[in-house]
Design a protein around this ligand. Sequence first.
Ligand code: ADP
Ligand code: MG
Length: 237
Amino acid sequence: MTKLLHIRELRAYYGRTTALHGISFDVQEGNVTALLGANGAGKTTTLRAISGMVKRSGEIMLKERSLINVQTEDIARLGVAHVPSGRGTFEKQTVENNLKLGAISRRDKTGIVADIEMVYSYFPILKQRRDQQAGLLSGGQQQMLAVGRALMLRPKLLLLDEPSFGIAPLVVREIFEIFRRLNRELRTSILLVEQNASIALQLADHAYLIETGRIVFSGTSADIRNNEQLRRSYLGH
Ligand SMILES: Nc1ncnc2c1ncn2[C@@H]1O[C@H](COP(=O)(O)OP(=O)(O)O)[C@@H](O)[C@H]1O
Ligand SMILES: [Mg+2]
């Protein structure tokens, strides 16, 4: 297996507060890797640190390329697409314009048109709603649009921040099934941050547990399920 993302001794800071205390983990190419932890553990900060949205130090390698001194927009251009929690779609814009805005750094018009159709093939409901204002979509549909917009960058790596948050369980299952297809069919690697460990572990090849800015466990989904203490803490049974 080839390593796509290699993180060592990553620290992140909010002013004088240290939120990540030197975390290390990898994302293998083609895999879904989950980062699980309670509220306030440092999951969002980890994604922000990778994307250059927070002050950070340590080592972040995307293949052979160091990202530690690279700006957010250039990190996106290098193939890392960040879907923040709370989605961040442009509410007043139509669904289709949101997808076009996701491709704003691209110049290949025919490729963009083809990729909008590609996104619609994964999320047919977005095609039905293409002329509607994004703000009028349901929570699940807005999550789909946020992921669709990220796909318009043709990313190597998708960073997903709590995509299940605030969405009905049935829709969560539907969206995670689409993540599985994106991973298999487009070979998009995924770093998935979730408080909902049980749904995340169904998708993930590998999982890390984070507590107060430190990685406390690394293993497969099965490793976590087979560990009674971890199962109780993270899966609640
Ligand atoms: N903008 C911020 N300013 C100061 N502290 C923050 C900020 N965002 C998060 N934190 C702190 O950093 C820690 C990790 O937060 P976060 O990464 O959001 O956790 P998670 O996403 O796992 O819930 C928490 O202690 C939180 O209070
Ligand atoms: Mg968070």
